[in-house]
Design a protein around this ligand. Structure first.
Ligand SMILES: [Mn+2]
Length: 468
């Protein structure tokens, strides 16, 4: 069997040899859906290769975290989904004889390098869209185990989907090679299907009502509208008194719903591009029970993100390692608590309102919304009727006694108009002694408490310039 990503074969083999030579390995991984699946893939591979190891997680691999890692009693440290960007510090530990680093990452490398370094960017493979941390870990697992690792492709796909690597609704490049190995191994099914979130777990009206991917007037955000639409179709969508889920529907029933939905969207003025987004490639984990979050790559990654967001990487990893029962229940509880927190946060913003200025609208949640979810709440608020959508929204939340977390969200239309929030957040935060960055539509920063007004003034100037 050929290597899944031939460009990376030599690097993967070298990393695998280093791991085989280790007495024991400390596996250190990032805390998010991609980092958790990376650890799931790598830990399973080490286990099967009979290489003793422990697992630790970190949100941010800084000097302090690395000093803690170096203090462990392992001769080799395997970094997954981070490590490349911290090679300047990691190589200092290596030079000091603290440990031998092995890295499986897909982020931009720092200005230093090491012998066992597996990263798609070093071989001209796009680390943003073609290979995730979990994908790099999978490439390593295949080098360690050969064909005995192909069942791990399903988890690698969950990581890629969780890292938002899909392009126009499907995985591309090296990711498709990994998905193909999963299909071959019988652990993954791919299909062209409805691309809305919640096909496994949401009753049909909720699936349509809550769909944020495409806005269909009269259905999206409209409970009664969604029910009327479904009731008007020539398909029985009930199971006794309950609504069925998308996963319950037969192929021809799905066809009926999709074509009616497309027709309705077109009739209600949804653009052709957006209508196309209703259908995409879905990735189904064939060994997982139908109707559970774990069955669908997108729902699986959302579940993992919930564990990561509340710093329960132990729960997320257990689920990735195949444990069910308690860890799965705990993960589900975290996800429902997360959803409650979001809806309470959104209610608070709607109740209190936002301050609307010329270029920007903003709210300050102080301690009422966790700083880790202020950005999501800001994004939800931007789509709500209570706020304008013609200017970006900024949400502040207290990080600690000295610092405030700032999250900004824009709409695709604003980005088309020239808005780049990554630049706005970086410039405005640095102007007041903080730092920030991110993406054009979504970015964040941390600023000293008390500098909010000055931050908003600089951000407004920058936005005015961008839209000029
Ligand atoms: Mn990642």
């Amino acid at each position: 069997m050929d290597a899944p990503v031939p460009e990376l074969e030599a690097r993967a083999d070298a990393c695998a040899d280093a791991l085989h030579d280790a007495d024991s390995v400390l596996l250190a991984s990032h805390i998010d859906a991609d980092g958790l699946t990376s650890a799931g893939v790598a830990s399973t591979a080490l286990e099967r290769a009979e290489i003793p190891h422990d697992v630790v997680f970190s949100k941010q691999l800084d000097e302090e975290e690395l000093a803690g890692i170096a203090a462990h009693d392992h001769d080799t440290v395997l970094f997954t989904d981070f490590g490349s960007g911290q090679l300047d510090i990691i190589t200092e530990h290596e030079a000091a004889g603290d440990f031998t680093p092995v890295i499986a990452d897909h982020h931009q490398p720092a200005d230093a390098d090491t012998e066992y370094h597996l990263n798609p960017l070093l071989e001209g493979v796009d680390g943003g869209k073609e290979l995730s941390g979990a994908g790099a870990s999978y490439v390593l697992a295949r080098a360690l185990l050969g064909e005995d690792a192909t069942d791990l492709a399903a988890l690698a796909v969950v990581g890629a989907v969780g890292d938002m690597q899909t392009v126009n609704g499907e995985l591309v490049g090296a990711n498709t090679e990994i998905a193909a190995e999963g299909v071959e191994a019988g652990v993954l099914d791919t299909a062209k299907d409805l691309a809305l979130y919640g096909t496994q777990t949401r009753p049909l009206p909720k699936l349509l009502e809550y769909a944020s991917e495409v806005y269909v007037p009269g259905i999206t955000n409209d409970e009664q509208g969604a029910i009327r639409f479904l009731d008007g179709l020539d398909v029985d969508l009930h199971d006794g008194g309950d609504w069925r889920t998308w996963a319950d529907l037969a192929h021809d029933e799905r066809q009926t719903v999709v074509s009616a939905l497309v027709k309705r969207a077109v009739r209600n003025g949804v653009s052709g591009d957006e209508v196309e987004n209703l259908v995409g490639t879905t990735y189904t984990l064939a060994d997982e029970e139908p109707g559970t979050e774990l069955r669908d790559a997108s729902e699986f990654s959302t579940l993992l993100n919930a564990t990561a967001r509340y710093e329960r990487a132990d729960v997320g990893l257990a689920v990735c390692l195949g444990e069910r029962g308690d860890p799965l229940d705990a993960a589900r509880d975290l996800l429902s608590q997360h959803r409650r927190n979001l809806s309470e946060g959104l209610d608070w913003v709607k109740r209190e309102g936002v301050t609307v200025e010329d270029e920007i609208q903003w709210f300050h949640a102080e301690d009422r919304i966790r700083e880790t979810i202020v950005g999501i709440v800001a994004g939800m608020a931007l789509g709500a009727e209570e706020t304008a959508s013609d200017r970006p929204i900024v949400g502040f939340g207290n990080k600690n006694d000295e610092e405030v977390k700032v999250s900004a969200r824009a709409t695709p239309a604003l980005v088309d108009d020239g808005v780049d929030l990554s630049v706005v957040m970086r410039e405005a935060s640095q102007a007041v002694g903080g730092d920030g960055g991110g993406h054009t539509v979504a970015a964040g920063a941390t600023v000293p408490k008390g500098e909010e007004r000055a931050f908003l003034d600089t951000a407004s100037d920058e936005l005015a310039a961008q839209r000029d």
